[in-house]
Design a protein around this ligand. Structure first.
Ligand SMILES: O=C(O)CCC(=O)C(=O)O
Ligand SMILES: [Fe+2]
Length: 184
C-alpha cells in the first residue's frame, strides 16, 4: 500500500516535470492501476560469464520500484551504450521507468534497458513492485507534449493490447514499443 502511494507520488512529480497538471499522468494510467510484485532470487553461479540472472529488457509497465540486496550488486543499466552497475544504497529504492512512460511522455522519458548479472560467490535477491496501467486505459501522449513541434511517436493503444504483445515474445527480443510506432 505504501509502495503504491510512493508510485502515485512519483507519477505526480513526473507529470509536473513534463509541464502537465499533477494528476494528468495518473488519469491516463487509470484509477485502478495494477500492482504486481516479484521476488527475484539469483543463486550463486559457478560460471557467471555464461549466463544472466535476467537478460537485458525494458519493463513493460509504467514504473517499477525496486528494493536491492545491500550486500550483493547485480543490477546494471545501459547508458550511452555501456552497462553500468547500480550500487545498492541503504534506505533507498531504485525507480525504473518502463515502456508506458516512454509512450505517454512521447519519448521525453526513456524506458530503461537493464539486466541482472549473477556471481560465483553469493546468491542475491531483489524485490520489484510494478505499477501497471489499468487494462482498459488508453496510452496516449497528452496533447501538450506533441504540440511543441514534435509529432506523436506512438499510436494510441490500450495496455491490454500492449501486454498481449509483450508476453508473445521473449524478454530480450528487442523493443516492443517499436511495434507501436506510427507507420509500423
Ligand atoms: O534483480 C534486479 O535488480 C532487477 C529485477 C528486474 O529488472 C525485474 O524484475 O524486472
Ligand atoms: Fe526489469
Amino acid at each position: 500500500m505504501q509502495v503504491r502511494e510512493l508510485g502515485y507520488r512519483l507519477e505526480e512529480a513526473i507529470s509536473e516535470s513534463l509541464g502537465l497538471e499533477k494528476d494528468c499522468i495518473k488519469n491516463v494510467l487509470g484509477h485502478e492501476q495494477g500492482q504486481h510484485m516479484a521476488i527475484n532470487f539469483y543463486p550463486q553461479c559457478p560460471q557467471p560469464e555464461l549466463t544472466y540472472g535476467l537478460p537485458a529488457h525494458t519493463d513493460p509497465n509504467a514504473l517499477t520500484i525496486l528494493l536491492q540486496d545491500l550486500q550483493v550488486e547485480g543490477l546494471q543499466v545501459l547508458k550511452d551504450g555501456k552497462w553500468l552497475s547500480v550500487k545498492p544504497q541503504p534506505n533507498a529504492f531504485v525507480i525504473n521507468l518502463g515502456d508506458q512512460f516512454e509512450a505517454l511522455s512521447n519519448g521525453k522519458y526513456k524506458s530503461v534497458w537493464h539486466r541482472a548479472i549473477v556471481n560465483s560467490d553469493k546468491a542475491r535477491m531483489s524485490v520489484a513492485s510494478f505499477l501497471c496501467p489499468s487494462d482498459s486505459s488508453i496510452i496516449s501522449a497528452p496533447k501538450t507534449l506533441i504540440e511543441d513541434g514534435s509529432s506523436a511517436i506512438y499510436r494510441d493503444f490500450t495496455y491490454a493490447e500492449f501486454y498481449d504483445i509483450f508476453w508473445s515474445r521473449k524478454l530480450d527480443q528487442g523493443n516492443r514499443l517499436e511495434l507501436f510506432k506510427r507507420g509500423n
